[in-house]
Write a protein that binds this ligand. Structure first.
Ligand code: HEC
Ligand code: HEC
Ligand code: HEC
Ligand code: HEC
Ligand code: HEC
Ligand code: HEC
Ligand code: HEC
Ligand code: HEC
Length: 267
C-alpha cells in the first residue's frame, strides 16, 4: 500500500494526463458510456439469431397469422343465399354495416349452412352498443337512451334490423318548438297560427338548420292587423307611424307572448 502511494506521489502511475480544458465530469461520463456500449455489444453478440434478424421475425409473424383459421366470410359472402336480407339492407340506413358485424364470424356457416348457424342478435342489449347515447359519437348519429327509450321490449319488436327507418318527421311546429308553442298558447296571440307570421318550407321540418322559415321584417307586418287602417276586428289598434317610434315592434313586444296592456283603463 505504501509502495503505491510512493509511486503515485512521484507521478509514476499517471499514465495519461487529463488536459486542462476537459472537465473532470466529462471524463467520468465517458467511462459510464463506454461501459454501457460495451455491455450492449456483448449482450447483442450473445443473443440467438432469431431475436436479431428482421427477416426472420417478419417471416415468423406471417406464418403465425396465416396459420390462423379464417372465421369471417367477408361483406359480400351472404347475398347468394340470403338475397332477401341483402336486398332489404342494400338501400337502408344499415347499408354500410356488413352482415357479420351483427351476426358474428360466419365462414363456418357458409361451409356448412344447415349444421352451423350464426346467432342472430335478438337481445335488447345488442343494438345499444352502437346506438346508446355517447357524447363522443359524431353529431347527428341516431342515438337513444336505452333505459328510457321504449323499455323492456326488444328493439326488433319495433325496428327491422336489416332496414331500420328513421323516426317520422314531426308534422307540428310544437314537436320542436315546444316552448314557443306553449308560450303562445296562453298569450293574446293564442289563436294565430305560426304560419300567419312565418312562411315555413316543408323541408325545414327535415333539415331545420339549413332551411329556415321566414320571420317578419317590418313594422308594417304587425301593422297589417294592429294599424289604425287595418280592418281586423277585435284587435287593439295603434298608429303605426308614431307608436314605438322607429323601433321594430318586437323590440318591445315579444311576438309569441305580447303582454296585455291596460286597454280598459285607457279607454
Ligand atoms: C351457401 C348458402 C349460404 C350462405 C352463403 C350463407 N347462408 Fe346463412 N343460412 C343458409 C341456410 C341454408 C340457413 C338455414 C335456413 C333455415 O334453417 O331455414 C341459413 C341460416 C342463417 C341464419 C339464421 C339463423 C337462425 O337463427 O335462424 C343466419 C343469421 C344466417 N344464415 C346468416 C348468414 C350470414 C351472416 C351469412 C354471410 C356471412 C350467411 N348466412 C351466408 C345458407 C347460407
Ligand atoms: C344491425 C345488425 C344486423 C345486420 C347488419 C344484419 N342482420 Fe341479420 N339479423 C339481425 C337481427 C337482430 C336478426 C333477428 C331478427 C328477428 O328475429 O326478427 C337477424 C336475422 C337474420 C336472419 C334470420 C332471419 C329469420 O327470419 O330467422 C338471417 C338469415 C339474417 N339475419 C341474415 C343477414 C344477412 C345476410 C345480412 C347482411 C346482408 C344481415 N343479416 C345483416 C341483425 C342484423
Ligand atoms: C315500442 C317500440 C320501440 C322499441 C321497443 C324500440 N324503439 Fe327505437 N324508436 C321507436 C320509435 C316510434 C321511434 C321514432 C322516434 C319517436 O317518435 O320517438 C324510434 C326511434 C329510434 C331511433 C332513432 C332516434 C333518432 O333520434 O334518430 C333509434 C336509433 C332507435 N329507435 C333505436 C332503438 C334501440 C337501440 C332499441 C332497443 C334498445 C329501440 N329503439 C327500441 C320505437 C321503438
Ligand atoms: C355496428 C353499429 C350498429 C349496430 C350494432 C346497430 N346499428 Fe343501427 N345504425 C348504425 C348506423 C351506422 C346507422 C346509420 C346512421 C346514419 O345514416 O346517420 C344506423 C341507423 C339506425 C336507425 C335509423 C335512425 C335514424 O334516425 O336515422 C335505426 C332506427 C337503427 N339504426 C336501429 C338499430 C337497431 C334496432 C339495431 C339492433 C338490431 C341496430 N340499429 C344496430 C349502426 C349500428
Ligand atoms: C324537426 C324540428 C322542427 C320542426 C318540426 C320545426 N322547426 Fe323551426 N326550427 C328548428 C330548429 C332546430 C331551428 C333552429 C335553426 C337554427 O337556428 O339553426 C328552427 C328555427 C326556426 C325559426 C327561426 C328561423 C331564424 O331565422 O332564426 C322559425 C321562425 C321556425 N323555426 C319556425 C317554425 C315553424 C313555424 C314550424 C312549424 C310550421 C317549425 N319551425 C317546425 C326545428 C324545427
Ligand atoms: C304574431 C306573429 C308570430 C306568430 C303567430 C309566431 N311568431 Fe315566431 N316570430 C315572430 C317574430 C316577429 C319573430 C322575430 C323575433 C325576433 O327577431 O326577436 C319570431 C321568431 C321566431 C323564432 C326565432 C327564435 C325566437 O324565439 O326569436 C322561432 C323559432 C319562432 N318564431 C317560432 C314560432 C313558432 C313555432 C310559432 C307558433 C307556435 C310562432 N313562431 C308564431 C312572430 C310570430
Ligand atoms: C293576424 C293578425 C295579427 C297580427 C299579424 C299580429 N297580431 Fe298582435 N294581436 C292580434 C290579436 C287577434 C290579438 C288579441 C286581441 C285580444 O283578444 O286581446 C293581438 C294582441 C296583441 C297584443 C296585446 C295587446 C293587448 O293589450 O291585448 C300585442 C302587444 C300585439 N298583438 C303585438 C303584435 C306584434 C308586435 C305583432 C307583429 C309581430 C303582431 N301583434 C301581429 C292579431 C295580430
Ligand atoms: C319602443 C317600444 C315599443 C315599440 C317599438 C312598439 N310598441 Fe306597442 N306598446 C308599447 C308600450 C309601452 C305599450 C303600452 C302602453 C300603451 O298602452 O300605450 C304598447 C302597446 C301596444 C298595443 C296595445 C294597445 C292597446 O290599445 O291596448 C299594441 C296592439 C301594440 N303596442 C302594438 C305594436 C305594434 C304593432 C308595433 C310595431 C308597429 C309596436 N307596438 C311597437 C311599446 C312599444
Amino acid at each position: 500500500m505504501r509502495n503505491v502511494r510512493w509511486l503515485s506521489e512521484r507521478g509514476a502511475l499517471r499514465l495519461w494526463r487529463r488536459p486542462a480544458w476537459l472537465p473532470d465530469a466529462a471524463l467520468r461520463l465517458s467511462i459510464v458510456l463506454f461501459v454501457l456500449i460495451g455491455g450492449f455489444v456483448m449482450v447483442r453478440r450473445a443473443l440467438p439469431v432469431a431475436m436479431k434478424d428482421r427477416e426472420v421475425q417478419v417471416t415468423a409473424a406471417m406464418e403465425r397469422e396465416q396459420a390462423r383459421e379464417v372465421t369471417y366470410a367477408g361483406a359480400s359472402a351472404c347475398g347468394d343465399c340470403h338475397e332477401d336480407k341483402a336486398l332489404l339492407k342494400k338501400d337502408g340506413y344499415h347499408r354500410n354495416l356488413s352482415c357479420e358485424t351483427c351476426h358474428g364470424p360466419a365462414a363456418a356457416h357458409i361451409a356448412n349452412p344447415t349444421e352451423i348457424k350464426p346467432p342472430a342478435p335478438r337481445d335488447r342489449q345488442f343494438c345499444p352498443t352502437c346506438h346508446a347515447y355517447d357524447l363522443s359519437r359524431p353529431m347527428g348519429f341516431p342515438q337513444i337512451n336505452p333505459i328510457t327509450h321504449n323499455p323492456v321490449k326488444p328493439c326488433i319488436a319495433c325496428h327491422e334490423a336489416h332496414d331500420p327507418k328513421p323516426p317520422s318527421v314531426p308534422g307540428e311546429c310544437r314537436a320542436c318548438h315546444g316552448e314557443i308553442a306553449r308560450t303562445k298558447e296562453i298569450s293574446p296571440h293564442a289563436l294565430l297560427e305560426c304560419t300567419t307570421c312565418h312562411t315555413v318550407p316543408e323541408a325545414h321540418k327535415v333539415t331545420p338548420h339549413s332551411i329556415l322559415p321566414t320571420k317578419p321584417t317590418t313594422r308594417d307586418f304587425c301593422g297589417g292587423c294592429h294599424g289604425t287602417e287595418s280592418k281586423a276586428v277585435g284587435v287593439p289598434k295603434v298608429d303605426v307611424k308614431t307608436h314605438g317610434e322607429k323601433y321594430l315592434c318586437w323590440q318591445c313586444h315579444y311576438p309569441h307572448m305580447p303582454e296585455l296592456h291596460r286597454r280598459e283603463v285607457q279607454r
